[in-house]
Ligand binder design. Structure first.
Ligand code: 13P
Ligand code: SF4
Length: 410
């Protein structure tokens, strides 16, 4: 078994948002009280956390890449229609080749909501995606994340306790209605918070439509946990008067007056992978390749999105490149596993990562074929390991928020 992960997405020391725990893969998902007036009081309290990852049995650590491939294929064939494997675009090729479906966060959540035939959904992605699949799946289905420590550093930057505190403060200081919108990249309890408080979940592909939906329902939007996606979306919709909320400081580091005037409140969170892309890299790409098309993910900083030719979710990036004529040159600002796959699949185009020191998403990378092999062989033996299961109360309200999103579409 080989693993060439060399680059971490660790948060730089001294950053004010201390909840970053991606490398441990066990983010502090809040166990805070759910707040008064919950109309679903018969359900037990939320269960917090990501579950415990058992050590990978020694046998799997010594298997060669070929042996892993063979055993995964065998287990998959044995399970047949009882199994569906979903793979996010950032997964490595050795995983993606076994995915029945691949997609961005929106497409994968749609698939989980629609494909109720398989007994097991093995989700090759990160924890918040597997949670969403569990919420949207049918009761007879079980969702499995091959490595439970595959979290998301951005999702860890907002927890329920801090978001509730922010929302309560906004309600108190502003005396009007703030609609919470959470990016898909968040724990299930935050999605539930949105469901219960008239809000919604969005993904990178539908953020503009869903923020517009939210703006029509209140005086302002509280957008978490990605400051950059929030700002890029606000810019696209022409929403001015934004403020940034730093959960470590009083009033989020704002004046009461600024909060009252704000139309959108952006949580101070970011993706460590997309934060690496810069306008200097874009300038360099344009100098090196005058005809280059620059396409970036909207988790990149505002100035990077502004300097690019196009921006969009992983699915949008793929579609743009698929639609381009041979001979097109692309500089792509997103995770490198996807960029390398696009380059291999489109040899008639020149495709490279905008960041010359390419960096994979270290948590997506935790889904190693050895883990996939281990969970599948356990399923063959009738054992479910690494199930992701959201407690009933959280499930109820997060389903409300996710279904609002699916109804509105992209
Ligand atoms: P997409 O929804 O664009 O696939 O994004 C998911 C993600 O985690 C990007 O960092
Ligand atoms: Fe999270 Fe960024 Fe990795 Fe996406 S690329 S899963 S936002 S750390």
């Amino acid at each position: 078994m080989t693993d060439n992960s060399t680059c971490t997405t660790e948060r730089p020391a001294g950053d004010p948002v201390s909840a970053f725990t991606s490398l441990a893969g066990l983010g502090p998902q809040s166990a805070g009280a759910y707040g008064p007036g919950a109309s679903f009081a018969v359900l037990p309290p939320r269960r917090a956390g990501m579950g415990r990852q058992e050590p990978l049995p020694a046998e799997y650590r010594t298997l060669s890449d070929d042996e892993l491939d063979q055993r995964i294929a065998q287990a998959r064939a044995h399970l047949g229609d009882r199994l569906v494997i979903l793979g996010h675009h950032y997964q490595r090729d050795e995983i993606i080749r076994f995915a029945d479906f691949r997609g961005d966060s929106f497409k994968l959540s749609q698939l989980a909501a629609e494909r109720h035939d398989a007994e097991y959904i093995v989700f090759c992605g990160v924890h918040f995606m597997a949670e969403s699949a569990d919420i949207l799946s049918a009761p007879h289905q079980q969702v499995i994340l091959p490595n439970l420590t595959a979290g998301c550093s951005m999702a860890d930057m907002a927890n329920l306790e801090d978001v509730e505190e922010c929302w309560d403060t906004l309600t108190e200081v502003c005396g009007d209605r703030t609609i919470p919108v959470t990016y898909m990249n968040s724990a299930a309890d935050l999605k539930a918070f949105c469901g219960e408080n008239g809000g919604i979940v969005c993904t990178s592909s539908n953020a503009p439509a869903l923020v517009r939906w939210a703006m029509a329902r209140g005086q302002r939007v509280l957008f978490f946990p990605d400051e950059h996606l929030g700002r890029n979306t606000a810019h696209r919709l022409g929403i001015g008067r934004e403020v940034v909320w730093n959960p470590r400081l009083a009033l989020g580091d704002n004046t009461a007056e600024a909060l009252r005037a704000a139309k959108i409140v952006l949580w101070k969170g970011f993706c460590s992978v997309h934060d690496r892309f810069t306008t200097a890299q874009i300038a360099q790409a344009r100098a090196d390749y005058p005809d280059v098309r620059v396409i970036v993910h909207p988790e990149c900083r505002r100035e990077v999105v502004a300097a690019a030719d196009l921006d969009g979710s992983t699915e949008v990036i793929i579609q743009a490149i698929e639609a381009a004529p041979p001979g097109t040159t692309w500089a792509v600002g997103t995770e490198v596993n996807l960029v390398r796959r696009l380059a291999a699949e489109h040899p008639d185009q020149q495709i490279f990562c905008l960041d010359p020191i390419v960096c994979p998403c270290s948590t997506m990378y935790r889904i190693h074929p050895a883990y996939l092999c281990w969970v599948l062989e356990n399923l063959v033996e009738g054992r479910v390991v690494n199930q992701v299961s959201v407690d009933p109360r959280t499930r109820y309200w997060s389903q409300v928020a996710l279904e609002r999103m699916l109804e509105l579409g992209n």
